[in-house]
Write a protein that binds this ligand. Structure first.
Ligand code: CTP
Length: 397
C-alpha cells in the first residue's frame, strides 16, 4: 500500500517559471495514493492555468481568500483542516519571504498559518536570487521552525544562467512528501468506529445517558487516520473534538446508532465499537414534558439491540473490536463478552477507577483475544490507542 493512500495534500503553486511542472507534481502525488487540492497564488496564475490544475487534480482550484462557497465563509480554515500536509512547489522568493514573516494577505499564506501538519517548501528561482543572503536567511528561519525545505537542483535555468535554483524533480518532491507518513498494515483499510454516549429520551427535556466522553474513541480515530486508514466515525454525545479527516456521522439514540452502523458496515474492513451504548430505551417516551404530581413515577425500559453482537453475526463480518466497561469480576466478564458477542478482540476497561477510564484523559486497559491477554499500562488515551492498534495489527491483520 502506498504511503499517501487516503492522505490529503494541498499543493501551493506560486509565481515561478517552473509552475509549469505543477501538474506533474499533482500526478506524482496521486500515483502515491494522495488526493490533491491546489491553491494557486496570483503569481502562480501568471505561469499556469487554473484549468490545467483543476483537470489534473480533479478538484476545484482555490485562489480566493474570500471564498463564498466555503462553509461560514472560512475557506482557509476548511482547507487547513482538510490537509494532512502542505507542499509549496514551486515556492517563489516572495512566497518564502511571506511565510517567514507570517503574512496573511492571500489564501495560501492564511492556510499556512492555520496549518498544524507538515509543511514542505520547494524553492525555485534564479541562482543569484537563491544564493542571496535574504533568501538564505529566510530558509534558515523556516528550517528552525521545522519546515522541510526541498532543495532545488543545479542546471540550466530558464533565464539562461547555469547553477542552483531549478525546481527539484516532481517524483523526488512527491517522495519527500510521502516520507512524512508511515505505512502500516492499516494503510488503505476502511475502519468504522462508534464512540461517545447514546442518549435515550424520557421526554423532550430529560434523558438517560452515561459518563462517556468519547475521548478513547477519538484517540482511536486519530491513530487509525495517522496509520493511513479511511475512517467513518459514528458518534453520540461527546466532550471532545472531532477529526475533520474522518467521515463523521452524528446520532443521538442507540437505535439511531444501530441504523447508521448497519447502513455503513458494508465494505468496512474493521469495526471498533467504542461507544457506551445505552442498553435500554424508555418505552413510549413522552412527547410533552412530564409534570410532577407528588406520586412516584415508573418508567418502563425496553432493551436496545446490541450493535456489536449483530455486526459480529453478519455473513461478511469485518474484524470486530469491542470494549468491555466493567466494575467487578472484570476479567471474567470481559472474557464472557468476547465469547458471547463473537468479536475478535475485547478491550477491557475498568470503569470503577477514579484516576483513569470514563471521562478521563488517561486509560489503562487489557487487550483480550482468543490467544492473548495483554495489559496496556496507564497512559494518555492517545498513547493507549496507539498501543491497542499496534497489538491489533500484529494479532489480527
Ligand atoms: N455495545 C453495542 N450495543 C449495545 C451495547 C453495547 O454495540 N447495545 C458494545 C459497546 O460499544 C462495547 C461492547 O458492546 O464495545 C460492550 O459494552 P458494555 O457496555 O461493556 O457491555 P454490554 O454489552 O452493554 O453489557 P453489560 O452492560 O451487561 O455489561
Amino acid at each position: 500500500m502506498n504511503r499517501l493512500t487516503n492522505k490529503h495534500i494541498i499543493l501551493g503553486v506560486s509565481g515561478s517559471i517552473s509552475a509549469y511542472k505543477a501538474p506533474d507534481i499533482v500526478r506524482r502525488l496521486q500515483d502515491l495514493g494522495a488526493q490533491v487540492k491546489v491553491i494557486l497564488t496570483e503569481g502562480g496564475a501568471k505561469f499556469i492555468t487554473e484549468l490545467s490544475l483543476q483537470s489534473i487534480s480533479k478538484n476545484k482550484v482555490h485562489r480566493n481568500l474570500w471564498d463564498e462557497d466555503a462553509k461560514l465563509g472560512m475557506g482557509h480554515i476548511e482547507l487547513a483542516k482538510w490537509a494532512d500536509a502542505i507542499l509549496i512547489a514551486p515556492a517563489s522568493a516572495n512566497t518564502v519571504a511571506n511565510i517567514t514573516l507570517g503574512k496573511a494577505d492571500d489564501l495560501l499564506s492564511n492556510v499556512i498559518l492555520a496549518n498544524d501538519t507538515p509543511l514542505l517548501i520547494a524553492p525555485a528561482m534564479n541562482l543569484k536570487m537563491y544564493q542571496s543572503h535574504a533568501l538564505q536567511d529566510n530558509l534558515s528561519t523556516l528550517v528552525s521552525r521545522r519546515i522541510i525545505i526541498i532543495k532545488p537542483e543545479s542546471g540550466k535555468q530558464a533565464c539562461g544562467d547555469i547553477g542552483i535554483g531549478r525546481l527539484a524533480e516532481p517524483s523526488s518532491i512527491a517522495k519527500q512528501v510521502a516520507s512524512q507518513f508511515i505505512s502500516t498494515k492499516l494503510t488503505g483499510k476502511k475502519v468504522l468506529i462508534t464512540l461517545g454516549a447514546t442518549i435515550e429520551a424520557i421526554d423532550p427535556v430529560r434523558f438517560i445517558s452515561n459518563h462517556s466522553s468519547g475521548k478513547m474513541g477519538m484517540a482511536l480515530v486519530n491513530t487509525c487516520l495517522e496509520m493511513g486508514a479511511s475512517v467513518t466515525c459514528i458518534y453520540g454525545n461527546i466532550t471532545t473534538t472531532l477529526n475533520a479527516k474522518s467521515n463523521n456521522i452524528s446520532i443521538i439514540s442507540a437505535q439511531q446508532m444501530y441504523t447508521k452502523v448497519m447502513d455503513s458496515i458494508t465494505g468496512q474492513d474493521i469495526f471498533i465499537a467504542c461507544a457506551a451504548v445505552s442498553d435500554f430505551s424508555v418505552k413510549n417516551s413522552n412527547n410533552q414534558k412530564i409534570k410532577k404530581d407528588g406520586q412516584n413515577l415508573t418508567l418502563e425500559l425496553i432493551p436496545n439491540k446490541d450493535i456489536l453482537a449483530d455486526v459480529c453475526k453478519l455473513k461478511e463480518k469485518p474484524i470486530c473490536m469491542g470494549f468491555a466497561a466493567e466494575t467487578q469480576n472484570i476479567l471474567k466478564n470481559a472474557q464472557k463478552k468476547l465469547k458471547n458477542k463473537g468479536c475478535d478482540v475485547i478491550i477491557l476497561n475498568d470503569v470503577s477507577k477514579a484516576d483513569f477510564g470514563f471521562n478521563m484523559d488517561e486509560n489503562e486497559v487489557v487487550f483480550l483475544s482468543r490467544n492473548l491477554n495483554k495489559k496496556i499500562a496507564k497512559n494518555s488515551k492517545q498513547k493507549v490507542a496507539k498501543k491497542i492498534l499496534e497489538i491489533f495489527i500484529k494479532e489480527c491483520l
